[in-house]
Ligand binder design. Structure first.
Ligand code: GLU
Length: 527
């Protein structure tokens, strides 16, 4: 039996071969513009999107794009008691923000919708009924108390709790009678022994004899909602999913899913389980820390491409592994046969470095730099509203110059509105005393600078100014080069640290340098 729907050439399926042949088949499909590759990201809106979810979505997105297929989002909201308000909306927002938008989704719609499980209840009910009629499923009337008792007994004797399949053995007339009385019930799937192994794209030949370890699972709950297992396979079938790429925590459920496919006479998709995403030290990424939620990265000024890059960088599945890859490069370098079963260890301490590199790339791209400028304008206004004396600092050309000078040094735009860079947006204030104690030659130096600026005009460059400043320092008799720089820095920024004096001058521009040095001259005259 072919496990790869749409790839008829594949009748023999062996772990690595599947992927390699898929690559070839996918390309063929791409060249004709359309492929049968359909993948999905199926989060439950019981929480906001976190790094683990983003990574699953990302691999699905890349897989779809690599093979010319479709990537969809399906929201698995069957556990109504655990829904988190706003989560569903936010998951889609975050995928858009991250630059991996679905082709089909609850918001976008699509040919196989609705994409929200709570709107597909009919389909699950019909399928559950079909399973009951074919004796692959049965009504279970066991009370919560009985199930609880079973559980306690198992735990007391050191066993894993499991349902004892009692209702499997009810006679048809007993079932009819209970149903007629309106007795509360669920529907359970009859787990058959003798599960066939399946080829997982990543974990290879896999097999879990579920009937040995589990009782028959509930597929329809008493509230008329399906459980994950039923809804998941029904949707993957009707949504024509070709490949299920999901976290490895679902690997042991797959045999159960395959039993259901078999019972329904449906061809299953191909499965690939992604290895776990863990902290650098091998511990679990904790959602409770709150800092793995995509929204908090967004709030902290992390660029989406940096987040995608770091999540793939620590994992496998790519031909090379250098920092600084954008989504188009991730797609072209993706190679599913390189995904290993090793856990991906995420080192979030490296995130600023990833962000620095991607920020530099954005600055160098004219179109994207324009968007950065807009963001920066917002940040400046937010941080310095009342203090801005010169509207020029919000001007696009000024901001572009600042960004180009600082690229490669800053890890986020937010840094630019921190106190170290306040001189870029507001004029510094310093006291008579500061100027007087700094140097007796302040006045002389200030006038030299003003002359220099007048000579250079708008032609200021960091290299040129560095040379000029060295020459200038020599012209001062008693003040050392270091002292001169200290004074200049103070006049320009009111600070003792920051970028080089030459860079400060280039970013501020002749008019503003003039203004700041005139002020220094005035102060030193009166002190
Ligand atoms: N709703 C499941 C989850 O949130 C989906 C698992 C799957 O992809 O099959 O993990």
């Amino acid at each position: 039996m072919s496990l790869l729907r749409g790839f008829q050439c594949l009748t023999i399926v062996r772990n690595r071969q599947v992927v390699l042949q898929l690559t070839a088949a996918g390309r063929r499909c791409c060249s004709s513009g359309q492929s049968d590759v359909r993948v999905r990201f199926a989060p439950s809106p019981t929480g906001f999107l976190h790094l683990g979810g983003l990574r699953t979505a990302l691999y699905n997105y890349i897989f779809a794009k690599k093979y010319g297929g479709s990537f969809m989002v399906r929201l698995e909201d069957t556990d109504q008691s655990r829904l988190v308000p706003g989560a569903a909306e936010s998951i889609e927002d975050m995928l858009e923000w991250a630059g991996i938008p679905p082709d089909e989704s609850p918001r976008k719609g699509g040919p196989v919708g609705p994409y929200l499980q709570s709107q597909r209840l009919d389909l699950y009910q019909r399928t559950a009924q079909q399973l009951v009629e074919s004796h692959h499923a049965y009504y279970c009337f066991c009370s919560a108390q009985r199930l609880d008792l079973l559980k306690k007994e198992a735990l007391r004797s050191g066993q894993t709790p499991r349902y004892d399949n009692r209702c499997r053995h009810l006679q048809t007339n007993q079932v009819q009678e209970k149903l007629a009385q309106g007795a509360p019930h669920v529907i359970r799937f009859r787990l058959e022994a003798g599960v066939e192994p399946f080829q997982d794209l990543i974990f290879g030949l896999s097999h879990h004899d579920v009937a040995q370890v589990e009782g028959d699972p509930v597929v329809m709950k008493a509230d008329g909602f399906p459980t994950y297992h039923l809804a998941n396979i029904v949707d993957d079938h009707y949504m024509r999913i070709s490949h299920v790429l999901r976290g490895s925590e679902w690997l042991i459920s797959t045999s159960k899913h395959l039993l259901m496919y078999r019972a329904l006479g449906w061809q299953p998709p191909t499965f690939g389980h992604l290895p776990l995403l863990l902290n650098k030290d091998g511990s679990k990424l904790s959602k409770r820390q709150g800092d793995i939620f995509i929204q908090s990265f967004q709030r902290d000024g992390v660029l989406p491409e940096a987040l995608l890059d770091i999540t793939t960088h620590c994992g496998s599945g790519f031909n090379t592994n250098q920092i600084g890859r954008r989504i188009d490069e991730l797609i072209s370098e993706f190679n599913p046969s390189k995904i290993t079963t090793h856990s991906a260890l995420l080192d979030l301490e490296k995130l600023p470095e990833f962000n620095r590199i991607h920020l530099q790339q954005r600055i160098e791209d004219e179109e994207r730099c324009h968007l950065l400028i807009k963001d920066l304008q917002g940040l400046i206004q937010e941080a310095y509203t009342a203090e801005i004396q010169e509207k020029e600092v919000l001007h696009e050309d000024y901001l572009r110059r600042v960004l180009h000078l600082r690229k490669g040094h800053i890890s986020s735009l937010k840094e630019l509105v921190s106190p170290v860079y306040s001189y870029l947006w507001v004029r510094p204030s310093f006291s008579h005393q500061q100027v007087a104690t700094l140097s007796a030659e302040a006045q002389h130096i200030a006038s030299l600078i003003l002359r220099l600026i007048a000579e250079r005009g708008a032609e200021l460059t960091v290299e040129r100014l560095n040379k000029d400043l060295k020459v200038l320092a020599k012209q001062t008799k008693s003040t050392k080069y270091r002292e001169v720089m200290k004074l200049l820095r103070l006049a320009l920024s009111g600070l003792q640290q920051g970028p080089s004096v030459a860079e400060m001058m280039v970013s501020l521009g002749p008019a503003e340098i003039n203004h700041r040095f005139q002020k220094l001259l005035l102060l030193s005259e009166t002190s």
